[in-house]
Design a protein around this ligand. Structure first.
Ligand code: FES
Length: 86
């Protein structure tokens, strides 16, 4: 199974708006999910330049953009994708 990619924006805006605590996502994933996820920090995703994209912090889960991201929203998106692929 292909891994789900979680790109956590660590650009200045997202970092200041709370992206830093999202970088610990590996610690809250259950072992099964952790094996199927590759989480990494990313430079500015370019989403903070357009208000239409919503509020920082931004996370991309595969191609899905999550605005105003928090761990719950990111984990929900990861689980949805894993369920779709099973
Ligand atoms: S700083 Fe995160 S999208 Fe620009």
């Amino acid at each position: 199974m292909k891994k789900v990619t979680v790109s956590i924006c660590t650009g200045t805006t997202c970092y200041l708006m709370g992206a830093a605590h999202l970088l610990c996502i590996d610690e809250v994933l259950d072992p099964y999910v952790r094996d199927h996820v590759e989480a990494r920090g990313a430079h500015c995703l370019g989403l903070c330049h357009n208000e239409a994209n919503g509020r920082a912090p931004f996370v991309k889960v595969n191609d899905r953009v999550i605005a105003d991201a928090n761990l719950t929203l990111v984990l929900d998106a990861v689980r949805e994708i894993l369920e779709e692929e099973n």
